[in-house]
Design a protein around this ligand. Sequence first.
Ligand code: AMP
Length: 174
Amino acid sequence: MSLEWLGEFVHDVPDFPTPGVLFKDISPLLADPDALRFAVEAMAEPYVGGDVDHVAGIDARGFILGAAVAYRLGCGFVPIRKFGKLPRATVSRSYDLEYANNTIEMHADAFAPGDRVVLVDDVLATGGTAAASLELVADTGADVAGAAFLIELGFLDGRKRLGTHVPHVLLSYD
Ligand code: AMP
């Protein structure tokens, strides 16, 4: 097993969800027991023993990977959701997409000040979603202990938007 081997479980789907987008479909990776375990272990690896209190996973594939990473680290999981899905008081952030605007939310009491939080998502593309998520985490007074992504679309330079946080990435595409 290797990262090259893992990459074979990510399938490219052209023109989804809109023309011109090359969608990285991770369903074959999630469906394979060896690939799923390898990916979760490798995403969690830099943070093992790092006193992490919570993984924050981004809606929706970040929930799948993030909950598994949290289990591996022995910490809790907090969902960062699309607007309107959380039942209690929230903090929110809006950010621009290419042709639209998006808002994400988290429960306002999700973290205590000083909690160490690792952000998890499947794909780092333009970085807008991850940057807004990091701002939400910081808003609560928690500390960002890391940001882990299965895939980075390097040509979109999303990591630039993460400021001082250097992302941990398994598969990078240029
Ligand atoms: P961005 O805010 O541009 O970094 O986009 C990141 C979010 O959009 C992640 O939650 C991804 O799940 C999703 N995403 C963006 N581009 C792709 C892509 N090419 N294939 C799959 N998911 C993507």
